[in-house]
Design a protein around this ligand. Structure first.
Ligand SMILES: [Zn+2]
Length: 304
């Protein structure tokens, strides 16, 4: 049986099939929808494996994702798994589309598993790329580089999409991964990832989450003030500094972005006003959290 809220959700996403259903432990598709799924998955799996064309692979993902629209009340785990495999594609465009399709009304448990695995794989790849980026300065001076401009542009965007997804799936394990990013501000993680992680964490209500985001911002502000988080690639006035700015350490602007995100969160929760100005007010921010913290739920809760 569908609960009224699940039914409303299903109706918003696509059609309901009266024969397809979710048992407590598994999804059972009716014969025509199962047949559709088997045929489509077989055809599109071969496209994903063989086609060198990014457009063909994007279209294959789209066709598989669309299977769910005919029975939105019972999303199939096989469809979600197929889409999650897209998070290993050679093309980051394909990975990003696979992630977006996965987050759009697909089987919940397989979606969470896919996002978590995709995040872990992407983190490993990013660390490798990070190592090459560290050697980039020397290489650029010699006129060659093992890091392509495409990698530099696409990888950060994909990582940001995964950080947003870790918040969007509203799952304890995913949330833990997200807060792990905010452990220590001076570790060669690009500032934009911190901002993306903080924004994503604040799409969910959780006392621990709010505290982690706030403490992270205040620690980063302190480290910057003490001169312990200098740009890795030189001042933004230098050629390399300007080129690498999007991948460089966090700056005071990133602290400001995170604190503004907290301010917006506070407004949605109708807490006492946050400190103004946001920067240089660490003691006032901690006093604000102390006063407001009982208004935040302890367990993570989806924001309205
Ligand atoms: Zn059906």
């Amino acid at each position: 049986m569908l609960t009224p809220s699940l039914l409303a959700l299903a109706l918003a996403c696509g059609d309901v099939c009266a024969q397809c259903r979710v048992d407590p432990r598994r999804t059972l598709l009716c014969a025509p929808h199962l047949e559709d799924e088997l045929t489509t998955l077989r055809e599109e799996r071969s496209v994903m494996a063989r086609s060198k064309s990014t457009d063909d692979r994007l279209a294959a993902l789209q066709r598989v994702a669309a299977l769910t629209a005919a029975h939105a009340n019972a999303p199939s785990p096989n469809v979600a798994r197929f889409l999650a495999d897209g998070l290993y594609d050679d093309s980051l465009d394909v990975r990003r589309r696979a992630l977006a399709l996965l987050l759009d009304g697909q089987h919940r448990d397989e979606t969470i598993r896919g996002v978590l695995d995709g995040w872990k794989v992407a983190q490993r790849s990013w660390k490798e790329l990070e190592g090459r980026i560290s050697a980039l300065a020397a290489e650029l001076q010699k006129g060659g580089s093992s890091v392509s401009n495409l990698d530099l542009a696409q990888w950060p965007t994909y990582l940001e999409a995964l950080l947003a997804a870790l918040g969007e799936v509203h799952d304890e394990r995913a949330y833990k991964e997200l807060l792990n990013v905010l452990k220590w501000p001076v570790d060669r993680t690009p500032g934009r990832f911190f901002v993306a992680a903080a924004r994503s964490a604040l799409t969910v209500e959780s006392r621990k989450g709010v505290e982690s985001v706030l403490e992270f911002a205040l620690t980063l502000e302190g480290e910057l003030a003490a001169g312990r988080a200098a740009p890795r690639f030189g001042a933004s006035g230098s050629l390399l500094g300007a080129m690498m700015r999007p991948l460089d350490n966090a700056t005071v602007h990133d602290v400001e972005d995170v604190l503004h995100a907290l301010g917006a969160f506070a407004q949605r929760k109708h807490t006492a006003p946050v400190p103004e100005p946001a920067l240089g007010s660490a003691a006032a921010w901690r006093a604000w959290f102390k006063a407001a913290k009982d208004q935040f739920t302890e367990r993570m809760t989806q924001l309205e």
